[in-house]
Design a protein around this ligand. Structure first.
Ligand code: UDP
Ligand code: MG
Length: 139
């Protein structure tokens, strides 16, 4: 398994508010290489499958509604220690708890609408990347 890649989504709120360019600049400035990237929209079935680990949580229905309401930017990113470094770059799930200068501190509205996704492990990075991209879309 590759351990130098992570998977991200710039969530519908980031696209709606025109924050895609600014967020990509921060990702670039932090030293990540873009391996794959596209504008896409998840179906309800996609979002339920992608977030299946959260299906018993009280926020699951809202999460699926949010993540399917408009297009996202999905991307695979490469850097040494990619998963951990990207989680540091995006900040805590709740922007109220996110460190200054992090993407969620700057661009997230709430714990639900929190601008970006970042994989939480190398194993999930590989699963999530393969959920959105075929091998011939990765460079
Ligand atoms: N979420 C939410 N309410 C919560 C926790 C999470 O709406 O109390 C949403 C939020 O969009 C979050 C996603 O569910 O990004 C996945 O939750 P997780 O705990 O995996 O947070 P993350 O890994 O995205 O920081
Ligand atoms: Mg998570």
């Amino acid at each position: 398994m590759r351990t130098n890649r992570t998977f991200t989504m710039l969530k519908p709120d980031s696209v709606e508010k025109g924050h895609v360019g600014a967020i990509l600049e921060k990702i670039n400035a932090a030293g990540f290489r873009i391996v794959a990237m596209k504008l896409t929209q998840m179906t309800t079935a996609d979002a339920k499958a992608f977030y299946a680990i959260h299906k018993e949580r009280p926020f699951f229905g809202e999460l699926v509604e949010y993540m399917t309401r408009g297009p996202i930017v999905a991307a695979i990113l490469e850097k040494d220690n990619a998963v951990e470094d990207f989680r540091t770059l995006i900040g805590a799930t709740n922007p109220a708890d996110a460190a200054e200068g992090t993407i969620r501190k700057l661009y997230a509205a709430s714990i639900g609408e929190n601008a970006v996704h970042g994989s939480d492990s190398d194993e999930n990075a590989a699963i999530e990347g393969a959920f959105h991209f075929s091998g011939r879309e990765m460079f």
